[in-house]
Ligand binder design. Structure first.
Ligand SMILES: Cc1cc2nc3c(=O)[nH]c(=O)nc-3n(C[C@H](O)[C@H](O)[C@H](O)COP(=O)(O)OP(=O)(O)OC[C@H]3O[C@@H](n4cnc5c(N)ncnc54)[C@H](O)[C@@H]3O)c2cc1C
Length: 337
């Protein structure tokens, strides 16, 4: 197999090539890829479906698409079911598979693009639920080709964050979920509640929650195959309680949500979409990049072949929001260079 000049799959719609790369269908193939990367002194980058990356045209790395399949039940009690899922299984297909079997918990995360293996990396979340809450253990491969198990607490899950986002060099091979056999429906998130009550649903089942989530997402978010994007381009910023108080005095219209940061200290989450919208970016497209009108946190690629114009548009937004409101927006997807 020729691993040279591997075209990197990505949903932002740019042309990007890695120095080397391959698609691995077994743990042995992942090991082999790591060996080649080490021998050639190339950084090893595991990849899923490319829906949360921003790759430059030439990526000086060995990119390995982790395409390990398989779903197996490994334990069951009266209340829970433990299911081990290959990193290469499509996330939404697994959510649907679990709901069909009466395994609950992931319904609010329906229709998030990407693979099961990437879900823990940024602790995917939507409509009031984060995947980390349902992950029991992970099987990972380290730089020396040795497999080990990480527990939920090893992963340090936080808002759009985990140990894997912070320069962790391990590759996720399999994720073990602990799902519920009796539903605990969470539908307090305003958009979700409005969607359900608008059709007269007042005590939703997990399947009704999943259907409502899908309907809101289809209405609000661009389909990457049609309008290339990576979902939220920026994280919702977390600011100190003191900064939030200053902001509240100056801009009382900004939504604020009390939360805790990665070390458990009290802080305040702001809506990045609201900051971007209020700063006027919804109506300021460039020649090739724009904010999606129904969700300005999503930047859409209208024809850029390379990442530079997209990053330059994003940097203009960051500068403007910082100047106007004193808030730094952090790019959410991983940059590949
Ligand atoms: C339209 C749209 C909507 C979205 N909505 C949401 C949302 O609601 N909530 C949310 O949280 N995210 C959302 N996202 C972002 C994205 O779907 C998730 O981050 C998803 O988990 C990425 O999966 P992927 O397989 O495409 O990962 P990739 O883009 O392939 O990789 C993402 C990162 O994970 C690393 N990685 C991938 N696989 C592995 C592995 N096996 N082991 C170790 N590291 C790995 C990569 O190196 C990279 O750093 C959205 C994206 C789009 C395009």
């Amino acid at each position: 197999m020729d691993e040279s000049h591997f075209v990197i799959p990505n949903t932002i719609g740019v042309h990007a090539v890695a120095a080397k790369g391959m698609r691995a269908h077994s743990i042995d193939e992942v090991r082999q890829a790591r060996k080649i990367a080490r021998a050639e002194k190339l950084r090893f980058v595991p990849l899923g479906e490319g829906s949360n990356i921003l790759p430059y045209a030439r990526v000086d790395a060995f990119v390995c698409v982790i395409d390990l399949k398989g779903i197996r039940v490994i334990a069951e009690t009266q209340r829970h079911i433990s299911v081990a899922v290959g990193a290469g299984v499509n996330w939404h297909l697994f959510v649907q598979y679990s709901l069909k079997r009466g395994w609950f918990g992931l319904e609010n995360l329906s229709l998030i693009p990407g693979s099961v293996g990437a879900a823990p990396v940024q602790n995917i979340g939507a409509y009031g639920v984060e995947v980390g809450a349902y992950i029991d253990r992970l099987t990972v491969l380290d730089e020396d080709g040795i497999c080990s198990t990480l527990t939920q607490s090893d992963c340090q899950f936080a808002y759009r964050n985990s140990v894997f986002k912070q320069s962790d060099r391990r590759t996720i091979l399999e994720v073990e979920f602990k799902l519920l056999k009796h539903p605990e429906v969470r539908w307090g998130y305003p958009d979700l509640r409005a969607e359900l009550t608008s059709v007269g649903v007042l005590a939703p089942s997990p399947n009704q929650v999943a259907a409502a989530v899908m309907s809101v997402r289809r209405r609000k978010l661009p389909e990457p195959a049609i309008v290339p994007n990576v979902g939220s381009f920026f994280k919702n910023p977390l600011v100190s309680v003191a900064t939030a108080a200053v902001l509240r005095a100056r801009h009382p219209q900004f939504k604020q949500f009390s939360t805790v940061d990665t070390v458990g200290a009290a802080c305040v989450k702001l809506s990045a979409a609201q900051l971007i919208d209020t700063a006027g970016w919804k109506d300021k497209p460039s020649a090739t990049v724009a904010c999606w009108s129904k969700q300005p946190l999503v930047l859409v690629n209208l024809g850029a072949d390379r990442l530079e114009p997209i990053m330059s548009f994003a940097e203009d937004i960051q500068r403007d929001v910082l100047d106007k409101y004193g808030v730094q927006l952090e790019v959410e997807p991983s940059l590949l260079f």
